[in-house]
Write a protein that binds this ligand. Structure first.
Ligand code: CO
Ligand code: CO
Ligand code: CO
Length: 335
């Protein structure tokens, strides 16, 4: 039996299509909509109105980021639920998407994947109610999630110049997963990262709502700058980021200096390059574009709420970092 990470073809968090390619493929497609659709294609999740409720739908599935099947499923579950939390909703139910091959993978792993996911769903107050399996040499696991909310969803398009930008988990996951796949580190060295990978964004979402954030997204495959760019574009604003305030796994910085990045990092960099203004070293710019799995929420709040943010986060036992601010214009400036 092979280790899960040895079965992954392209190293990185999820072997996703690059943001530039995706936009090129969809260039000629015009998405249809209706009066009941509140948020359509392009945001973290789709939302439609049903009676008094806003119903949220999203899907995410990823290749292994850990060799431990139980923990990988927990990370993938936290990752799939994250788009519901980014809209400000609560997840209710989920359908599993499992790509599995019992010639290459340990049969017992299938059970551990489902158990890991269900335990994480239970923590979120949601339940697995079905799924679909495909025979595949490359393992993949994820969920289609349904959530709801009673108030209007928070989208990516409400950021206003002068607001503060808040991030709730460190970055550097892509580099670390590559280092693990390349056997530069052992799974035991991933302790702090595994804790964040499997952490739900539920508390971050509650905090974001309490602070009346006007825009929110979650940091995943397009990296910190990729998702910030998407948010800025949707809001028609720019942003200024202070590198020394961005939380980054310490080991990831060392691997970044060696340029041990997955392919996705460079693709994400190409996506933001036209608007990026940075005098910092290349490896730092790349690291800020490094793909993340199950990253934190990134949201914008009014400057006057800084003290309230820090106090509420402390009371919740949640980490928050004020990484920069929203600006006029369309540039992403990194200082
Ligand atoms: Co998202
Ligand atoms: Co997503
Ligand atoms: Co089916």
């Amino acid at each position: 039996m092979k280790r899960l990470l040895d079965l992954v073809r392209v190293s990185g968090c999820a072997a996703k299509i690059s943001p530039l390619e995706l936009e090129r493929y969809l260039k000629e497609v015009e998405f249809k909509t209706s009066d009941s659709i509140v948020v359509g294609v392009g945001d973290d999740a789709g939302v439609f109105k049903l009676g008094d409720y806003y119903i949220i739908q999203t899907v995410d599935f990823i290749t292994p980021v850990l060799n431990d099947p139980y923990l990988w499923a927990q990370a993938s579950t936290a990752n799939a639920l994250s788009d519901v939390y980014a809209m400000g909703g609560e997840p209710v139910s989920a359908l599993a998407i499992v790509c599995f091959n019992n010639c290459d993978m340990n049969e017992k792993d299938f059970e551990l994947i489902i158990k890991g996911s269900m335990d994480k769903l239970e923590e979120a107050g949601a339940f697995l109610i079905g799924g679909h399996t495909v025979d595949d040499k490359e393992p993949k696991f994820g969920l289609a999630v349904t959530g709801y909310m009673k108030r209007e969803p928070i989208t990516q398009s409400g950021a206003k110049p002068g607001q503060l930008l808040i991030l709730t988990k460190p970055i550097g996951v892509g580099v670390m997963v590559k280092a693990l796949k390349d056997k530069r580190i052992a799974e035991d060295d991933m302790g702090e990262i595994v804790r964040y990978l499997t952490m739900l964004n539920n508390r971050a979402s509650h905090l974001m709502l309490e602070l009346e954030a006007s825009a929110c997204t979650d940091v995943t495959g397009f990296g910190l700058l990729g998702h910030l760019y998407k948010m800025c574009r949707a809001s028609r604003v720019g942003a200024k980021i202070y590198y020394d305030r961005v939380p980054i796994y310490e080991m990831a910085i060392n691997f970044a200096k060696e340029k041990l990045f997955p392919k996705g990092t460079y693709e994400n960099y190409k996506f933001v390059a036209p608007v990026l203004k940075s005098k910092l070293e290349d490896y730092i710019n790349y690291l800020l574009c490094d793909p993340v799995t199950s990253g934190g929420l990134l949201f914008s709040i009014d400057r006057e709420r800084e003290k309230e943010l820090l106090k509420k986060a402390k009371d919740m036992g949640l980490d928050v970092w004020i990484i920069g601010e929203v600006t006029e214009g369309s540039e992403l400036e990194v200082l």
